[in-house]
Ligand binder design. Sequence first.
Ligand code: FES
Length: 158
Amino acid sequence: MISNETRARFDALVAKYPERRSALIPILHAVQAEAGYLSPEAIAWVAAYLDLSAADVMSVASFYDMLNLEPVGRHMLYVCHNLSCTLLGGERLIRHLEARLGIRCGETTPDGQVTLRRMECLGACGAAPVLQLDGVFHEQMTAERADALLERLRSESA
Ligand code: FES
C-alpha cells in the first residue's frame, strides 16, 4: 500500500522528531495524499509504523475534518458555516452549492469529482463567507463566484 519511496520519506520525517508518535499528523496527511483516504488498512499501517495502537491513530484521524476516513471526490469543497460566514450568507451558499452539485453536504457527486462539506470556522472570518477548494481559500464568496469555480473544475476535467 505504501510505496518504498514514501516509506523512505516517512523515515526521514520521523527522524526530525524526538518521538516517533510526533510525526503522526504529517504522516496521516501524506498517506491520504497517496491513497486518497485513510482506509482501515492505512490506519493499521500507520499505527504499526509509529508503534501506536490503531485506536490511538483513529482517535486523531477522526478528530480532524481534513482527514478522510472514507473515499472522497477528486476535489474537496469545504464551506464555512460558523457565525461570521452564516451571518454573511454562508448557509445560502451551501444550499446553492448543494442544488448546483445535486448532492447534500457530506456527499460526493456521482461522477466522483466533488465532495462538499461544511466546515467549522476556516479562520478567515473577516472575509466571510469563505470556502476552501482543494486547499485554496476563496473569500467573500457569492453564488456567482462559486458557480465560476465549479465551471472551472468542469472545464479542467473535460
Ligand atoms: S466564521 Fe467562517 S471563516 Fe470564521
